[in-house]
Design a protein around this ligand. Structure first.
Ligand SMILES: Nc1ncnc2c1ncn2[C@@H]1O[C@H](COP(=O)(O)OP(=O)(O)O)[C@@H](O)[C@H]1O
Ligand SMILES: Cc1ncsc1CCOP(=O)(O)O
Length: 577
């Protein structure tokens, strides 16, 4: 048996066996050896429908193979060996280092009483209640949290998929347990995890309250299902290793968010002046790179948003058909998803997923999200639908924020209030009413932490946070409040600027695990400032007599705007960092 320290087990890439998923002609033991070469760190023998004798034989042979490496192997409690040649302890007859039990398998207290002292015991949990029971038992070393997403590898028996938010909630239960009992419970996520959605999981999984992260991922099909499992495991390893490297390099909250605000140097606190300089610097980047801003927006503002995008130096493409947005995603710089008239739900879901996979920033503008239950539910997420098999159907009904990870959420007070589940600010249709939040800095900061993205709250003053720093921006003109679509244009501007920021950093600092790169925070500030400073200049023009002439002048001034004007006029105040 491989010697191991129970507390120092490397759970990072946990392979669950699934012989039924092997490609035709691929031998199980050959596949196993190859996946170990690719960097698997734990193997669990999972056999659900064979006799005990066969189970024991497979588990023993598997162990012979893992024993040639430093990888640990454990057995699965099902089927429990019951033949007279075996004790009821599956690890005893297979030599496994650990035992994994499901909720309907051998109870953990019984397993513990049968097992040698040093055996590792893990249990599957699919909700907060089961996680709490695992903590309360004080008997488990780790939990398998899942299913995260729909999977064909296990009958979920009607249980809800957790989604990334659900994984975070479970991790918070473990973190609370650790605080109270002083016992660390390790965790792996499982179910529907594949190479393309791994960065999304890693980005979103730190728990919202305690920022506790996963210790690893467990998979069947994304390793076993390939003819070259070594290559499959190696690719997963690259993402995992890069994630851990970034966390180590950058430390703290920002690394947990996965945003690379400052390149390899990691997160740096910046003054208002530094942030303004970074934002103003992006004006030239936009003009030089003409970022392609894909916008799924509403019929009311589409024309103004497209013209504003061009005037800023971007290139707009308004496209919402679900059949084309995936393809488009490969060539765009950034994506805007504007709720607006909320008709293109399928397009929004497909485009967002594709943008995450292609590492393009997504700006989410939840227009009037508080106005109707339909909008609220569409933005927030109804997990049951994620169980549905047909991916198209899943995409049509699954909810946006469960389906993809935004880089920026931008909204007025009513919209941000609705997403933050605050009753402080009411909405009237698409507008916000009342005097706003008593503490807007706290609102944007906590929503940024909860949603793991930059949050911008617009209005007379704008508040922007990346979950750590909060800035207040005090430019603009009241005319912006009396033309339609100024908020939507701000969304387009943020898309242009985040797109440019992300694409400009790509060559310089490649990181496999990050969902998006670039100075998303400064780019969000830039997008807001560009609209507001151009508005001030436009409103002061002698030819501007009211909202309609202002609207045309605004496009002109966006076209004429130079970095100097931003540096001179913009008022950026760091209120918290
Ligand atoms: N009274 C105002 N004074 C200055 N700027 C404003 C004012 N109202 C809105 N803005 C600016 O106009 C843009 C749109 O904001 P807002 O009106 O909050 O969006 P929405 O159109 O989504 O309700 C933002 O850039 C914001 O800073
Ligand atoms: C065993 C198990 N438990 C929850 S989901 C699952 C199956 C995971 O398989 P895949 O990685 O192929 O989605």
């Amino acid at each position: 048996m491989v010697k191991f320290d129970r507390d120092a087990v490397d759970y990072s890439l946990y392979l669950v066996t699934g012989r039924e998923l092997l490609p035709e002609g691929k031998d199980y033991y050959e596949s196993l050896e190859e996946s170990l070469k690719g960097g698997v760190t734990v193997v669990q023998v999972r056999e659900k429908s064979i006799d005990t004798g066969e189970f024991v034989e497979i588990a023993r042979k598997t162990k012979e193979i893992t024993d040639k490496t430093s990888v640990l192997q454990w057995a699965c409690a099902t089927p429990p060996p019951t033949t007279k040649n075996c004790t009821a302890d599956p690890t005893d007859c297979t030599g496994a280092a650990g035992l994994h039990v499901g909720q309907t398998d051998m109870p953990v207290d019984l397993a513990r009483s049968l097992l040698p002292k040093d055996t590792i015991v893990g249990i599957s949990v699919s909700n907060v209640k089961e996680a709490q029971a695992a903590v309360d038992s004080g008997l488990v070393d780790y939990v398998g949290i899942g299913a995260v997403w729909w999977t064909g590898s296990k009958d979920l028996k009607g249980k809800l998929c957790l989604g990334i938010d659900g994984v975070g909630e479970v991790l918070d239960v473990l973190a609370e347990g650790e605080k109270q009992k002083g016992k660390v419970i390790k965790s792996v996520a499982i179910g529907g995890i594949h190479l393309p959605n791994l960065p999304q999981l890693l980005h979103g999984c730190p728990s919202p309250k305690h920022l506790k992260s996963l210790d690893g991922i467990a998979l069947i099909s994304d390793i076993v299902g390939f003819t070259n499992p070594e290559h499959a495991a190696r690719k997963l390893r690259t993402v995992l290793d890069s994630y851990h490297r970034v966390r180590k390099d950058q430390g703290g909250l920002h690394a947990a968010f996965g945003f690379n605000a400052c390149g390899e140097a990691g997160y740096m606190k910046r003054s208002g002046k530094e942030l303004l300089e970074a934002a103003a610097g992006l004006i030239a980047v936009v003009r030089e790179s003409t970022p392609l801003a894909h916008q799924i927006t509403n019929i009311v503002v589409a024309n103004d948003s497209a013209n504003a995008t061009l005037a800023m130096g971007g290139s707009p493409i308004m496209a919402s058909a679900e059949q084309e947005v995936g393809d488009l995603s490969k060539v765009i710089s950034g994506l805007l998803i504007n709720f607006g008239t909320i008709k293109d739900r399928a397009g929004m879901l497909v485009a967002g997923k594709a943008a995450n996979i292609n590492k393009k920033p997504i700006v989410f503008d939840p227009v009037a999200v508080g106005a109707t239950a339909f909008r609220r539910e569409t933005s927030k997420g109804m997990r049951p639908h994620q169980n549905m098999r047909d991916p198209q159907l899943t995409l049509r009904v699954a909810e946006l924020l469960q389906a993809w990870q935004p880089s920026v959420i931008k909204g007025n007070a009513a919209e941000i209030g609705a997403l933050a589940e605050s009753a402080e600010v009411a909405s009237r249709g698409v507008d916000s009413v009342g005097s706003g939040f008593a503490n807007p800095a706290e609102v944007v900061k906590s929503l940024a932490r909860k949603r793991r993205c930059v949050v911008a709250l617009t209005g007379k003053e704008d508040w922007v946070s990346d979950g750590q720093t909060v800035v207040k921006l005090s430019n603009g003109h009241e005319y912006l409040g009396v033309i339609t679509g100024s908020g939507c244009m701000t969304g387009s501007a943020i898309t242009v600027y985040t797109g440019a920021a992300s694409q400009s950093v790509k060559q310089a600092y490649e990181n496999e695990s990050q969902i998006v790169q670039g100075d998303i925070f400064a780019a969000t500030i830039a997008g807001i400032l560009v609209i507001n400073v151009a508005a001030e200049i436009a409103a002061a023009r002698p030819d501007v007599k009211g909202p309609n002439t202002f609207r045309s002048a605004l496009i002109d001034e966006l076209y004429n705007l130079r970095a100097d004007a931003l540096l001179e006029r913009a008022r950026v105040e760091v209120v918290e960092s």
